[in-house]
Design a protein around this ligand. Structure first.
Ligand code: FYN
Ligand code: ADP
Length: 579
């Protein structure tokens, strides 16, 4: 009898659902951004049951953007969960954008039955998702057996955060979730990833080469990119800048690594320093379109050619980034923290400060531009324009430096970047390397969820439209997000005419005087209609005091704004006009 009862003892089992959740939790991932549906609905329920935060969105693209920026904010992979085929496709823009921007993210999608998909027999939501995802991310994996879930998640985490961070796709077929296995064996199959993003120490001779170049510079310049912000080497970066006395230029999402009010910031003298500098130290910034590929007019054009042009030192974790656009004279491959520490060791003794003429020339240019800007900001036109509205935002951010600032649009983006100073690292989240529209509400949700800080989202009226339905998500979770829509009745501005003379409005024009604030009121949030800087200020102050979800419809002069903001020249018609 006793023998029989021993032999039939029921050992506890686990299943695919729980193994996925346990593997994520074991690796410190406690939040999932996503959308329920076949075959992952129960996974979302079980995630909550297991004590995880499951943030449900209204569209996967926004959930994906949230996961991507969560990765940037936390330096752990942000996880986005979607259903198969259409949900998976909706998540891909965010996955691809994450990869382009070097944000660590894992897109987990349920998928249909392999046997049917591979024979193309017409399954529910049939799609070869793995093949489609592969070219859009750093790595893509599929797990077929419950005992491999631990390895699958471990590989996804390591791929997302090691080296140059990026997006990873993890394909989990429906059948996997219901597979069962012995609980103890299941637990033993999970992997807690050891040192997922190992430091990468630069070679000593590469450090010496970089120091040699920097020491001989007459007009040195440091460019800080979002890779420097991601690296969390804030103290070392500040020491490097201050000890060497070298002026620095922050790229958009690097604003705030040092406060924008720092006297060595050359942001307000950008078009002066780029062509003039003789040695440029790039730290976590690529010489892509945002830096005019390191050549041409921005960098001195024919003038620069005459004197030999800039020499570049580049710190990057990715060796193949070097020479991607121009020759890199001193490549420094490694993580920003290790590379900057190595440089600091090398300059431990006496370090020649940059020549006074260089510093003074930058100061002169900067002060002139800041003075001009102050004059513009002091004006109080009716209706409001971008400047008078942003003058308010600038004060509010100065008074709330820990707030997270999300920013998208064309003019709304460009003016905010140059007018609103940032004071702390990793507070400014924007359209990044692609200039992608639609990140707004996804970024805002994740910024609030991950940091608990007040979020201020400065949105062009067009940009907001891409993710606007997520105001329901913001209200549902009661997030401290204050959305400010710069409403000038259209894309770029609201005054374009139909060139064909028909009754349709021009493609760039929206409904006049749209009442965006009513959208958030529909879900219990606070709506504000602001036509003056004073009303905007009161609305923002109130939002921050109350921490209530708030949408401020800031009415901007519809003639304000230029085509594509500051990148008008990228429109093909601009080159036609030149011909
Ligand atoms: C900057 N500037 C300032 C200040 N900061 N003046 C006064 N005070 C302050 N604090 C000046 C700066 O010197 C420049 O003037 C100008 O403001 C603009 O600065 P910015 O924004 O740094 O420079 P610029 O030339 O616009 O930078 C190029 C860029 C940028 C490509 C990096 O435009 C960018 O990040 N663009 C992204 C655009 C995008 O993705 N759009 C979304 C798609 S829109 P000068 O020195 O006199 O030039 C689809 O249509
Ligand atoms: P920005 O748009 O601000 O100029 P980019 O996205 O172009 O910044 O560049 C970021 C760079 O930083 C990428 O080339 C990436 O490889 C690099 N990077 C990311 N994380 C690190 C890190 N921890 N250490 C070194 N480089 C990094």
């Amino acid at each position: 009898m006793s023998n029989l009862s021993e032999s039939t003892e029921v050992r506890p089992t686990t299943d695919g659902f729980h193994l996925v959740l346990d593997a994520l939790k074991l690796n410190g991932i406690h939040t999932i951004y996503g959308l329920p549906g076949i075959p992952v609905t129960d996974l979302t329920r079980m995630a909550q049951a297991e004590g995880m935060r499951m943030i449900s969105f209204r569209h996967e693209q926004n959930a994906g953007n949230a996961a991507a920026i969560a990765g940037f904010i936390t330096a752990k992979p942000g996880v986005c969960l979607t259903v198969s085929a259409p949900g998976f496709l909706n998540g891909l823009t965010a996955l691809s954008n994450a990869t382009t921007n070097c944000f660590p993210m894992i897109l987990i999608s349920g998928s249909s039955e392999r046997e049917i998909v591979d024979l193309q027999q017409g399954d529910y939501e049939e799609m070869d998702q793995l093949a489609i995802a592969r070219p859009l991310c750093k790595a893509a994996y599929r797990v077929l057996h419950a005992e491999d879930i631990g390895v699958g998640i471990a590989r996804a985490i390591r791929s997302a955060v090691s080296g140059r961070p990026g997006g990873v796709y993890l394909d989990l077929p429906a059948k996997l979730f219901a597979q069962t296995m012995d609980a103890e064996a299941g637990s033993a199959s999970l992997i807690e990833v050891v040192d997922p993003a190992p430091r990468q120490i630069p070679a000593p001779d590469a450090v010496q080469r970089a120091l040699g170049l920097l020491r001989g510079a007459k007009k040195p310049l440091i460019v800080l990119g979002k890779g420097a912000a991601y690296a969390r080497a804030d103290e070392a970066l500040r020491t490097l800048v201050e000890k060497t006395g070298i002026p620095y230029l922050p790229m958009s999402m690097a604003k705030g690594i040092l406060p924008d009010t720092h006297e060595q910031s050359a942001a307000a003298a950008r078009s002066f320093v780029l062509p003039e500098a003789d040695v440029v130290l790039l730290i976590g910034a690529r010489l892509n379109w945002l830096l005019s590929h390191g050549k041409g007019k921005t960098w001195g054009g024919a003038n620069a050619k005459a004197w030999g042009g800039q020499k570049f030192i580049q710190i990057d974790i990715s060796p193949t980034e070097m020479d991607s656009n121009v020759r890199i004279d001193a490549p420094l491959v490694g993580d920003v923290g290790s590379c900057v520490s190595a440089l600091l060791e090398g300059i431990a003794g006496q370090w020649p400060q940059p020549p006074a003429e260089w510093i003074n020339a930058i100061a002169e240019r900067r002060n002139k531009n800041i003075g001009k800007m102050a004059e513009t900001l002091a004006k109080d036109p009716r209706p409001m324009n971008f400047h008078s509205a942003l003058n308010v935002v600038r004060d509010i951010v100065r008074d709330n430096p820990a707030a997270m600032l999300v920013n998208e649009g064309a003019n709304a983006l460009d003016f905010t970047r140059s007018i609103v100073d940032m004071y702390q690292p990793r507070k400014r989240l924007d359209v990044g390397t692609w200039g992608v529209m639609g990140i707004g509400m996804g970024f805002a949700v994740a910024a609030a969820v991950e940091t608990g800080q007040q979020v201020i989202a400065i949105e062009g009226d067009s940009a907001f439209g891409f993710s606007g339905m997520e105001v329901e998500t913001i209200c549902r979770y009661g997030l401290p997000v204050c959305i400010v829509i710069f409403n000038n009745n259209g894309v770029y501005r609201g005054t374009d005419q139909n060139l064909g003379g028909g009754s349709d409005v021009a493609p760039t024009v929206f409904v006049k005087d749209a009442r965006y604030e009513k959208l958030i009121e529909a879900f219990g949030g606070v709506g504000v209609y602001a036509t003056t800087p004073a009303e905007l200020r009161t609305g923002m102050e109130q939002a921050i005091r109350s921490r209530k979800p708030t949408l401020i419809n800031a009415i901007i002069d519809e003639t304000a704004g230029t085509e594509s903001g500051r990148i008008t020249g990228l429109n093909p018609a601009a080159s036609l006009k030149k011909k």
